[in-house]
Design a protein around this ligand. Structure first.
Ligand SMILES: [Mn+2]
Length: 322
């Protein structure tokens, strides 16, 4: 990590202004790591701007608007810019993309064409990663961006704001599904650091709440799941879903008796099928996913497939795992 952080320090010293941008429909990991990075950059006496689309806060999901309101209350001087106001930024400006690496998944993709760009992400690298970057770091073994940004704050020796530390901790918890997925001793160390920085466990619980509707929706998918073999669960989702929803269902299926691995297949849009696969560890789900053109590791893999139906993808997977 030291090498990465030295490189980041070097890059930060080259510019005056920074726009930090996460992915569309930001989650707590994307927001927390963006805010944390802004605070780190400000400690270099540079100007950091958080990019958030100009929607009314209520249009973001409730965890994000709540996190944001708590943050506003702290009156930290991190300035937000949107698709109009970024133009007012004068001087050498670097765009830092966090928690995402495909241009079309950005809050505002156009900025990549305007500014020098660096990318920091922990998702499985796909083919449409942003090509024209000054620096690209994608480590899919990392639990979350929040974990990385926590280490970076430690590295530059700054004590993050309480609310930002809380959002980062919630970000780690979301991305690891409660310290399960991709959790290492370092993940716990990051959590411990955030607690020391003043992360508030009551606020964190508030931020992590989900609506009853979301819970019921997931429960319906789980009800419709079935065992494809004696230890592999499968679920087909007919309604348009996000990769995050597929991953959540896949992860939750692992909590049931007899389930050692899971494949969740859903429509991401009109002609893209997404598959999210999870395993407790003994079954390697990545071999199947790689044959479909995707990537990942033995316990966590995903793929997006164009121009096939749910049923076709389901059959291909069943043929492979049997
Ligand atoms: Mn993330």
């Amino acid at each position: 990590m030291e090498h990465l952080f030295n490189k980041l320090n070097e890059i930060i010293n080259e510019y005056d202004n920074f726009i930090v941008m996460g992915h569309k429909d930001p989650d707590l990991d994307s927001l927390g790591s963006s805010l944390g990075l802004c605070e780190i950059i400000e400690s270099f006496n540079k100007k950091a701007y958080l990019f958030l689309n100009d929607k009314h806060l209520d249009d973001y999901n409730s965890n994000i608007s709540q996190a944001f309101q708590s943050f506003e209350k702290m009156k930290k001087d991190i300035v937000c810019v949107n698709q109009r106001s970024y133009r007012k930024i004068k001087g050498d400006t670097l765009l830092i993309v966090v928690d995402v690496h495909s241009q079309d998944r950005l809050e505002y993709p156009e900025l990549v064409n305007i500014y020098d760009t660096i990318v920091l992400d922990h998702h499985i690298k796909n083919k449409d990663y942003i090509k024209d970057t000054k620096f690209l770091y994608v480590d899919s073994n990392l639990s979350s961006m929040s974990e990385l940004i926590t280490y970076y704050a430690e590295f530059v020796n700054i004590d993050l704001d309480n609310v930002i530390a809380t959002i980062l901790l919630a970000g780690i918890e979301i991305d690891t599904n409660g310290f399960n997925l991709k959790t290492t001793s370092s993940t716990y160390e990051a959590a411990s650091t955030l607690m020391e920085m003043g992360a508030d466990s009551i606020l964190k619980q508030e931020l992590l709440k989900e609506s009853k509707e979301e819970y019921m929706k997931r429960a319906t998918f789980i009800r419709n799941s079935f065992m494809a073999t004696n230890n592999i669960a499968m679920c087909l989702i007919n309604t348009e879903s996000t990769t995050k929803e597929l991953a959540e269902v896949a992860q939750e299926l692992l909590t049931f008796e007899d389930v050692k691995a899971s494949f969740v297949i859903g429509k991401l849009d009109e002609n893209i099928i997404g598959v999210s696969a999870r395993s407790l560890g003994h079954i390697d789900v990545s071999t199947t996913i790689k044959q479909l053109g995707g990537g990942g590791n033995s316990s966590n893999a995903a793929v997006q497939i164009k121009n096939k139906t749910l049923k076709e993808v389901k059959q291909e997977i069943i043929d492979m795992i049997k």
